[in-house]
Design a protein around this ligand. Structure first.
Ligand SMILES: NC(=O)c1ccc[n+]([C@@H]2O[C@H](COP(=O)([O-])OP(=O)(O)OC[C@H]3O[C@@H](n4cnc5c(N)ncnc54)[C@H](OP(=O)(O)O)[C@@H]3O)[C@@H](O)[C@H]2O)c1
Length: 329
């Protein structure tokens, strides 16, 4: 496992573990997964040297935090534990109370990284950062982070906090490369980090899904990326990943992760539906892509144009309607 070169109290692994999947209905992995598999995934991740674990109060309405905290047990002291607050009514007393609730569910006295899950469109960050500052003063929170923030808002949040906002957790993968433009260069030049979520584009970059084999859970059913036409359009990108796999004796998913974390200021937090996946993902931290490989993947990503947004709505409606008709029949 490789770790980030940054001055934090605990070391942060380049590959972490995302835990939205734990106890959440949207991923639909079921009760056995929540009760047993999720814990085994966490235990294996710790054995493999993963120190970065990401959760949120909203994941499974607190279930993810509970499952993660219980699974980490005595190892929690050496883990860099990150959770998030949804900034609804983000006034200081509410932020403090929600921070305490998350810490209780996780079973910790200190949250290593407390992140604002998304920017509140109506309330400026001065309000939530007052609460964050007091949580840092009492010692319940070590580092503050944000998620889904633009660069301007990340900097504004730092000014409001009066100290560094360590990280910005954003969607970053071979399909969504927006963070490359401003966020990654800022993180690299300022001793901050970009935490890449959905680094496998929710499984698309593993290459196991295609037009005839689409995932069925609600997260991916409501994502335009998994529309049959988009899966077909992704074939070139998946082939480019496959072309690199042989040289490293690895899988497309591992190459996709290695591409995301190539910059020293970027870490990735893939989720895992089983033990084999967390094992595979951890290995990706040690893959060194050559410049040629990196550029070939980036070029293949440039050529992938999925239909998204408003343009995808008719197809989304068609697949949903078709599914309902099939179910009714
Ligand atoms: N801040 C935010 O707004 C935000 C938003 C989204 C996610 N996140 C965080 O980021 C984490 C990861 O993002 P994500 O779960 O959306 O997407 P992801 O990590 O790109 O995809 C995870 C899914 O990919 C498949 N997978 C994982 N490893 C694999 C492997 N080695 N080979 C083949 N398939 C593999 C699994 O699904 P199947 O096996 O079912 O295919 C798994 O559930 C979340 O758990 C959460 O902590 C944060």
């Amino acid at each position: 496992m490789r770790y980030l070169d940054i001055d934090t109290a605990k070391k942060i692994s380049k590959i972490g573990l995302g835990t939205w999947q734990f106890g959440s209905n949207e991923w639909g992995y079921g009760a056995d997964y929540a009760a047993t598999e999720a814990k085994a995934i966490v235990r294996r991740a710790v054995e493999l040297g993963i120190t970065l674990f990401d959760t949120a109060e909203i994941y499974g309405f607190g279930r993810s935090e509970r499952i993660l905290g219980q699974a980490l047990g005595d190892d929690i002291g050496s883990i860099f534990l990150a959770t998030k607050i949804l900034p609804v009514m983000p006034v200081a007393p509410v932020v403090q109370q929600r921070g305490v609730s998350s810490a209780n569910r996780l079973g910790v006295r200190k949250i290593d990284l407390y992140q604002v899950h998304q920017p509140n469109p109506a309330v400026r960050d001065g309000t939530i950062m007052r609460g964050m500052r007091s949580l840092q003063r009492t010692g319940l929170v070590d580092e503050v982070g944000v998620s889904n923030y633009s660069l301007a808002r990340w900097v504004a949040a730092e000014n409001a906090l009066g100290s560094r906002v360590l990280s910005n957790q954003v969607k970053f993968n071979l399909v969504c490369r927006k963070p490359e433009r401003e966020l990654v260069p800022y993180a690299q030049s300022h001793g901050r980090l970009v935490m890449a979520y959905s680094p496998l584009a929710q499984g698309l970059l593993s290459g196991k899904y295609d037009r005839d084999n689409r995932p069925t859970n609600s997260v991916r059913r409501s994502s335009a990326l998994f529309l049959p036409d988009n899966l077909e359009r992704a074939a070139g990108l998946i082939s480019a990943l496959r072309e690199v796999t042989d040289a490293h004796s690895v899988t497309p998913a591992q190459i996709a992760l290695a591409w995301v974390i190539r910059n020293p200021a970027v870490v990735a937090i893939p989720g895992a539906s089983n033990l084999a996946q967390v094992e595979s993902n951890a290995v990706a931290a040690d893959i060194d892509l050559t410049d040629d490989e990196y550029q070939a993947l980036t070029a293949a990503s440039d050529r992938f144009h999925p239909v998204t947004g408003v343009a995808s709505l008719p197809a989304m409606a068609r697949t949903r309607f078709g599914r309902q008709k099939a179910t009714a029949a």
